[in-house]
Design a protein. Structure first.
Length: 296
């Protein structure tokens, strides 16, 4: 792997959905998440991180150094135990091992960072073995995402559907079809803002230039191999990256985010396509030491 990154970054992701549910809310019957006060649609950071993890898992297929810690069907304890097994330690010997080596916790942490891409990127809480003293601690990752919010208020639609697959034999004797419902958003453009800390990358996880390239690739393609009828047509339209020329950065993040404006075109009432919006970056207003790259 390459050396840890040396520059701070901020980024803006613009993605849209057409006739789908980008992130269902289990507390509201799985209807699309929204801010009830304003009507703006929401997509959680956890949802987006899941898509990024899925892309890396698909692209790398458990390649050394690019495994995924939080994944379906793999208990966290199993992955945590690998770090201690690497140092020939189990729950019976861990206390004595820590007495002899006061750097053991750091070695365990480094093992997890080196082997799991999502720990190196997003960090993790790895305290599932607390009772057995085999926990791997907590790691704050250099890459953080906020909630995505729609550019305009959304109006979710509840669509009634008919299915011919009857659930039980008894029901099959009474009827030939069953009714169901699904929620969709006819169209919405979402904006998500994120951060990359070179300081945490250097001091904690070792997040590298190669990891950064993979992260950008994963963000741009996070919906391409994760299709679902429930989510409709989703696509990342643009990734706008701000790069600082130093580890700690040259300007507050909000100034960079404010340089990105997304607005409906003057003649559009109800947007139904990405082309109904104008996306602009005021690069002339960027502080010294910050450059902007637009991908998509």
């Amino acid at each position: 792997m390459s050396d840890p990154i040396k520059n701070r970054y901020e980024f803006v992701i613009l993605f849209d959905v057409e006739n789908g549910n980008p992130n269902g809310d289990p507390d509201a019957g799985n209807m699309p998440r929204l801010d009830p006060e304003t009507g703006y649609g929401l997509v959680t950071d956890v949802c987006l991180k899941r898509k990024i993890r899925n892309f890396v898992e698909t692209a790398k297929e458990d390649e050394t150094g690019y495994r995924i810690y939080i994944k379906d069907g793999v208990p966290l304890n199993r992955s945590d135990a690998e770090a201690f097994a690497h140092w020939n330690i189990d729950e019976k010997t861990v206390k004595e091992a820590k007495k002899k080596d006061d750097t053991l916790d750091e070695k365990v942490r480094d093992f997890m960072c080196q082997n799991f891409f999502d720990i190196r990127t997003f960090g993790a809480v790895m305290t599932t073995f607390v009772k057995n003293n085999l926990n791997c601690g907590q790691i704050r990752g250099p890459v953080q995402l906020g909630f995505a919010r729609s550019i305009d208020p959304i109006v979710p639609q509840e669509v009634t559907i008919t299915r011919v697959a009857i659930t039980t034999e008894a029901d099959a004797e009474k009827k030939g079809t069953e009714m169901g419902r699904k929620y969709i958003v006819p169209y919405a453009l979402y904006r998500c803002e994120g951060y990359v800390s070179a300081n945490l990358a250097r001091k904690v996880t070792g997040f590298s230039e190669d990891d950064l390239k993979l992260l950008w690739q994963a963000i741009l393609n996070m919906f391409e191999n994760d299709r679902s009828a429930a989510r409709g047509k989703m696509a990342v339209r643009e990734l706008i990256v701000f790069k600082h020329d130093s580890e700690l950065g040259c300007a507050p993040a909000w100034k960079l985010f404010d340089a990105v404006t997304v607005a409906k075109k003057a003649d559009v009432i109800s947007p139904r396509a990405y082309g109904d919006y104008t996306v602009a970056v005021d690069e002339a207003a960027l502080p010294a030491g910050v450059t902007c790259t637009r991908m998509g």
